[in-house]
Design a protein around this ligand. Structure first.
Ligand code: CO
Length: 144
Protein backbone atom coordinates (compact mmCIF):
# COMPACT_ATOMS: atom_id res chain seq x y z
CA UNK A 1 0.00 0.00 0.00
CA UNK A 2 2.59 2.57 1.02
CA UNK A 3 4.79 4.12 -1.61
CA UNK A 4 7.77 6.45 -1.34
CA UNK A 5 8.69 8.20 1.85
CA UNK A 6 7.56 11.74 1.06
CA UNK A 7 9.17 13.41 4.06
CA UNK A 8 10.34 12.95 7.61
CA UNK A 9 9.16 15.76 9.87
CA UNK A 10 11.26 17.02 12.77
CA UNK A 11 9.75 19.38 15.31
CA UNK A 12 12.16 22.16 16.30
CA UNK A 13 11.91 25.05 18.76
CA UNK A 14 13.25 27.63 16.26
CA UNK A 15 12.99 26.84 12.56
CA UNK A 16 15.29 29.69 11.46
CA UNK A 17 18.03 28.52 13.81
CA UNK A 18 17.54 24.91 12.75
CA UNK A 19 17.67 25.89 9.07
CA UNK A 20 20.94 27.76 9.60
CA UNK A 21 22.42 24.81 11.42
CA UNK A 22 21.44 22.32 8.72
CA UNK A 23 22.83 24.66 6.06
CA UNK A 24 26.09 25.59 7.69
CA UNK A 25 26.98 22.41 9.57
CA UNK A 26 25.46 19.76 7.33
CA UNK A 27 25.83 21.63 4.05
CA UNK A 28 22.18 20.94 3.28
CA UNK A 29 19.99 22.75 0.79
CA UNK A 30 17.18 24.37 2.79
CA UNK A 31 14.08 26.03 1.31
CA UNK A 32 12.77 29.44 2.29
CA UNK A 33 10.55 29.29 5.39
CA UNK A 34 6.78 29.11 4.96
CA UNK A 35 4.21 29.84 7.63
CA UNK A 36 1.14 27.63 7.41
CA UNK A 37 -1.32 29.25 9.85
CA UNK A 38 -4.06 26.70 9.16
CA UNK A 39 -1.68 23.92 10.18
CA UNK A 40 -0.14 25.75 13.12
CA UNK A 41 3.44 25.39 11.89
CA UNK A 42 6.26 27.31 10.29
CA UNK A 43 8.36 25.03 8.10
CA UNK A 44 11.38 24.66 5.88
CA UNK A 45 12.27 21.71 3.71
CA UNK A 46 15.74 20.22 3.67
CA UNK A 47 16.26 18.42 0.38
CA UNK A 48 18.39 15.37 -0.12
CA UNK A 49 18.77 13.53 -3.42
CA UNK A 50 16.42 10.80 -2.24
CA UNK A 51 13.93 12.62 -0.04
CA UNK A 52 13.02 15.57 2.12
CA UNK A 53 13.20 16.46 5.77
CA UNK A 54 10.66 18.95 7.02
CA UNK A 55 11.74 21.10 9.97
CA UNK A 56 8.71 22.55 11.71
CA UNK A 57 8.27 25.04 14.50
CA UNK A 58 4.95 25.53 16.30
CA UNK A 59 2.99 28.56 15.09
CA UNK A 60 0.10 30.12 16.98
CA UNK A 61 -1.69 29.16 20.15
CA UNK A 62 -3.36 26.03 18.82
CA UNK A 63 -0.41 24.41 17.10
CA UNK A 64 -0.90 20.65 16.77
CA UNK A 65 2.76 20.15 17.67
CA UNK A 66 2.66 22.25 20.86
CA UNK A 67 2.23 19.27 23.18
CA UNK A 68 5.01 17.38 21.39
CA UNK A 69 7.32 20.37 21.89
CA UNK A 70 6.34 20.53 25.55
CA UNK A 71 7.54 16.94 25.94
CA UNK A 72 10.61 17.40 23.69
CA UNK A 73 11.93 20.86 24.30
CA UNK A 74 14.93 20.47 21.96
CA UNK A 75 12.76 18.97 19.24
CA UNK A 76 12.64 15.48 17.82
CA UNK A 77 11.35 13.30 15.00
CA UNK A 78 7.62 13.95 14.85
CA UNK A 79 6.32 11.84 11.95
CA UNK A 80 7.15 9.95 8.81
CA UNK A 81 5.04 10.58 5.72
CA UNK A 82 4.45 7.86 3.14
CA UNK A 83 2.82 8.44 -0.19
CA UNK A 84 -0.26 6.47 -1.19
CA UNK A 85 -2.16 6.41 -4.48
CA UNK A 86 -5.65 6.43 -2.96
CA UNK A 87 -6.07 7.72 0.57
CA UNK A 88 -9.63 6.50 1.10
CA UNK A 89 -8.69 3.01 -0.01
CA UNK A 90 -5.66 3.11 2.33
CA UNK A 91 -7.86 4.24 5.23
CA UNK A 92 -10.45 1.53 4.61
CA UNK A 93 -7.85 -1.18 4.45
CA UNK A 94 -6.05 0.05 7.59
CA UNK A 95 -9.26 0.38 9.58
CA UNK A 96 -10.33 -3.08 8.47
CA UNK A 97 -7.00 -4.35 9.83
CA UNK A 98 -7.62 -2.64 13.19
CA UNK A 99 -5.40 0.44 12.85
CA UNK A 100 -6.68 3.68 14.32
CA UNK A 101 -6.86 6.76 12.11
CA UNK A 102 -6.62 10.04 14.01
CA UNK A 103 -9.54 12.47 13.94
CA UNK A 104 -12.80 11.34 12.42
CA UNK A 105 -11.06 9.24 9.79
CA UNK A 106 -11.73 11.70 6.99
CA UNK A 107 -8.72 12.84 4.97
CA UNK A 108 -7.96 16.53 5.34
CA UNK A 109 -5.85 18.78 3.14
CA UNK A 110 -2.36 18.66 4.55
CA UNK A 111 0.45 21.14 4.74
CA UNK A 112 1.43 20.43 1.12
CA UNK A 113 -2.02 20.82 -0.41
CA UNK A 114 -2.70 17.08 -0.71
CA UNK A 115 -5.15 14.85 1.19
CA UNK A 116 -3.57 13.40 4.32
CA UNK A 117 -4.39 11.11 7.23
CA UNK A 118 -2.46 10.32 10.40
CA UNK A 119 -2.30 6.87 12.01
CA UNK A 120 -2.22 6.40 15.75
CA UNK A 121 1.39 6.07 16.99
CA UNK A 122 0.40 3.37 19.46
CA UNK A 123 -0.46 1.12 16.52
CA UNK A 124 2.96 1.62 14.86
CA UNK A 125 5.69 1.23 17.46
CA UNK A 126 5.33 4.73 18.83
CA UNK A 127 5.73 6.36 15.42
CA UNK A 128 3.21 8.83 14.04
CA UNK A 129 2.65 7.95 10.39
CA UNK A 130 1.22 10.39 7.89
CA UNK A 131 -0.24 9.10 4.65
CA UNK A 132 -0.37 11.58 1.78
CA UNK A 133 -2.18 11.04 -1.47
CA UNK A 134 0.20 12.26 -4.11
CA UNK A 135 -0.85 13.01 -7.67
CA UNK A 136 0.28 10.85 -10.56
CA UNK A 137 3.21 13.13 -11.34
CA UNK A 138 4.66 12.38 -7.93
CA UNK A 139 4.85 16.07 -7.07
CA UNK A 140 3.44 17.67 -3.97
CA UNK A 141 2.16 21.05 -5.20
CA UNK A 142 3.48 23.06 -2.25
CA UNK A 143 6.34 20.84 -1.25
CA UNK A 144 9.12 23.30 -2.00
CO1 CO B 1 4.04 15.82 7.26
Amino acid sequence: MIGRINHIAIAVPDVAAAARQWETMLGAHVSAPQTLPDHGVRIVFVSAPNGKIELMEPFGDASPIASFMARNENGGIHHICYEVDDIDEARNSLQAAGARVLGDGTATIGAHGNPVLFLHPKDFNGTLIELEQVTATGESPRAE
